[in-house]
Ligand binder design. Structure first.
Ligand SMILES: Nc1nc2c(ncn2[C@@H]2O[C@H](COP(=O)(O)OP(=O)(O)OP(=O)(O)O)[C@@H](O)[C@H]2O)c(=O)[nH]1
Ligand SMILES: [Mg+2]
Length: 327
């Protein structure tokens, strides 16, 4: 089933399942747990069968015509193991078959379609960095009409991945900015954040999607650098990813200093720069935002999204290994 899904089912398709159970089977066996297995089955990260999208149908009623226990078995299973599912009796006619299929299709049509980003959606740029470093602000400055929400509070409320399509008219281009929860988040550990980015990219982007690049934001007014998995990720970047990485400092209008920028270049950012990452300042204007985006759009060939996903997933192990080395 897995390989069939891989080949024929497009990512994000709404998929339902019908589990058939022979009602003439008198003894309950592991087989009747099939719907539960179906519910847990996650085909190639593409198909997750929602309990509402599973129907159970009991079959072989003709063979059980003279068996008074068949109805009782059906009812018992319906009230116990199959409690979460809609259960039908399939008595062998085409009308019966279509009743079950139509019922399932009605449910499937009501399920929301997950957002799917493919190569036609535009170039993808990943926005990462400490919470509050100004990622939403960057998206909003690039395109005022985008859905990014700039947060002036001291606590971040962004727990999930958000993405915004931003466009610029002259010359015309549009990109998809993907904003992950920030590092150092009160509610989410950095390791969870990295795992969340990797899972999101894997689930919602098709295999042909490529990344134009990654922007790592840093608030230049911050007095101290903490140890974060973001830093571990920077230290272990592949040169291929580093070529598509911009280390962007923000909030210069609040009093940034070149000394601090130099300190970053010769310290925390050094290994990423040596591998090919570039340093930029964001001066909080629309032109500055598009200069940064255009910088990334100019780097060819595009990044393989799946290699980046693997890199992000690997950081957790490296972070833990580094922590052990320090102790
Ligand atoms: N003056 C100034 N303020 C900025 C700049 N960038 C961001 N800010 C402010 O910094 C605060 C946080 O900005 P956000 O864009 O919400 O930061 P974020 O990285 O998206 O934060 P979370 O998603 O909540 O983790 C807001 O009050 C912004 O107005 C900048 O370049 N200059
Ligand atoms: Mg934000």
């Amino acid at each position: 089933m897995d390989s069939w899904v891989q080949e024929f089912i497009p990512k994000g398709a709404r998929v339902g399942g019908i589990f058939l159970h022979d009602i003439s089977t008198k003894r309950r066996s592991a087989r009747s747990r099939g719907p539960l297995i179906l519910e847990k089955w996650s085909g190639q990260d593409k198909v997750q069968l929602h309990p509402g999208a599973i129907r159970v149908a009991t079959t072989n009623w003709n063979a059980s015509a003279s068996d008074p226990g068949a109805d009782a078995r059906h009812t018992e299973l319906e009230n116990t193991e199959w409690k979460r599912f809609t259960v039908h009796k399939f008595k062998g006619s085409a009308t019966d078959a279509w009743r079950i299929v139509d019922d399932l299709i009605d449910t499937l049509l009501g399920l929301p379609l997950p957002p799917i980003i493919d190569k036609f959606a535009g170039d993808i740029i990943l926005l990462i960095g400490q919470t509050g470093s100004g990622r939403s602000n960057f998206a909003k400055v690039a395109d005022e009409s985008c859905t990014a929400v700039v947060n002036d509070k001291q606590t971040s409320t962004s727990m999930e991945i958000n993405y915004y399509t931003v466009s610029c008219s002259r010359p015309s281009r549009s990109v998809v900015l993907v904003e992950a929860p920030g590092f150092d988040h009160l509610e989410k550990s950095d390791a969870e954040t990295l795992a969340c980015i990797a899972k999101w990219l894997k689930t919602f982007c098709t295999r042909d999607t490529t990344l134009a690049g990654i922007i790592y934001f840093h608030d230049i007014t911050k007095d101290r650098l903490g140890a974060s998995y973001g830093q571990v990720w920077l230290d272990h970047l592949s040169p291929e990813t580093a070529r598509h990485l911009l280390l962007v400092s923000t909030k210069w209008d609040r009093g940034g200093s070149s000394t601090r920028e130099e300190e970053l270049k010769s310290g925390a950012w050094k290994s990423a720069i040596c591998r090919g990452a570039k340093v930029r300042r964001f001066e909080n204007t629309n032109e500055a935002a598009w200069r940064i985006i255009d910088d990334l759009l100019g780097v060819q060939p595009r990044l393989d999204l799946h290699k980046v996903t693997r890199g992000l997933s690997g950081v957790q192990n490296k972070g833990e290994a580094d922590a052990k080395m320090r102790h």
